[in-house]
Design a protein around this ligand. Structure first.
Ligand code: NAD
Length: 336
């Protein structure tokens, strides 16, 4: 049985906690949280030992791995603390706010012989996984053009509104848009050129349309933002055009990802054929990614999904998009 310490007791920590409950071979043994209100709510619900000091948690609890569900600006600090204690690290996306922090996280985990996996959950999300499998199997021929999008209302739940402060969260471009940047990288390989336009609120890039040219000639248009109004439902999806066909999926939920019921199906369109409905098993992608992380620890094999390299590539693209919006110019990724 692997013992997990959960860091944070906010929105995504609860999603992870529910997922860990359904994973055999792992147990959350304690949680770390500095906010007393959040801590007591979480403790009431899950009856777990609570710590407001991570070093105290480590000195009193035997732990194999940490699951970092803290605000992004804290990812490096807590990854370093855990790695120095020889704990494997699962950390929510985005890996960090800067490439410097991300490389430091990668290095400290390597130097201490522990795994670092980043929660790029689309790599475990049924429709995204299935689309990638279909593309790899040649179902749409050569992919040519990829469109991916993710739209929501402004998130209001975060403690002290950290998510709305660009220097703490990176704005929607790093927090939300990065999911799709990672997905398109996963499909198309090495991004080469970026041109983006977007909307700032104060210094937070909160809606962005990023066009990317990949080394293999694939072109992508990726849109993400949290400036939707009223009860506009959380919406995401993709359309992948290939030389022989198209894959399309759109998902509309409640105002946030917690209501994941109402999804519209994945369709495969091929030249000369009737469209096909593609069946996708409705697994919890958060459970899938954490179960995968656990398997990697059990087998002592480094994760191949949500690797620091993949997370750094997605961050590099998000930062390139932001600088393209600011400069109004195309950014070549080699230049960063
Ligand atoms: N993969 C996904 O789908 C997904 C979804 C939401 C959030 N996230 C990521 O998860 C992370 C957390 O986001 P959230 O929405 O759960 O935020 P949140 O505000 O709901 O929770 C963050 C928790 O960290 C604690 N915290 C705040 N400041 C702290 C500090 N200075 N020191 C220690 N702890 C502190 C808060 O008290 C809170 O309990 C972010 O990196 C975010 O990008 C990922």
């Amino acid at each position: 049985m692997k013992k997990i310490a959960l860091l944070g007791a906010g929105f995504i920590a609860s999603v992870h906690m529910e997922a860990w409950k359904n994973i055999e071979g792992a147990k959350v043994v304690a949680f770390f949280e500095v906010n007393n209100v959040k801590a007591s709510e979480f403790q009431k619900k899950y009856s777990l030992p609570h710590y407001n000091s991570l070093s105290q948690l480590f000195s009193e609890q035997e732990v194999d791995a940490v699951d970092i569900c803290l605000p992004t600006f804290l990812h490096r600090e807590y990854t370093e603390m855990a790695a120095l204690e020889k704990k494997h690290v699962f950390c929510e996306k985005p890996i960090a706010l800067s490439l410097e922090d991300a490389f430091a996280m990668q290095k400290v985990c390597e130097d201490n012989g522990v795994f670092l996996m980043i929660g790029h959950v689309l790599r475990f999300w049924g429709e995204y996984v299935k689309a990638r499998e279909l593309v790899a199997s040649g179902a749409i021929g050569q992919p040519i053009l990829i469109n991916a999008f993710r739209l929501s209302v402004t998130p209001v739940w975060s403690v002290n509104s950290w998510i709305l402060k660009s220097h703490l969260s990176g704005g929607a471009s790093l927090d939300l848009h990065i999911h799709d940047l990672d997905f398109v990288n996963w499909l198309a390989g090495n991004p080469q050129e970026v041109f983006a336009r977007g909307l700032f609120r104060e210094d937070s890039l909160d809606h962005v349309v990023t066009t990317v040219k990949y080394g293999n000639g694939v072109v992508a248009s990726i849109e993400g933002g949290w400036m939707m109004q009223g009860d506009f439902p959380f919406t995401c999806g993709f359309r992948i055009l290939g030389s022989e066909g198209v894959l399309e999926w759109t998902f509309r939920a409640g105002v946030n990802i917690e209501e994941r019921a109402q999804s519209s199906p994945l369709f495969l369109y091929r030249r000369g054929e009737q469209r096909k409905l593609v069946e996708v098993a409705a697994e919890d992608p958060y459970r899938e990614e954490l179960a995968y992380f656990l398997k990697c620890i059990e087998k002592d094999t480094p994760p191949g999904l949500g690797t620091p390299e993949q997370a750094i590539e997605a961050l590099r693209l998000a930062l390139a998009a932001k600088s393209s919006v600011i400069e109004g110019e195309r950014v070549l990724l080699e230049e960063l």
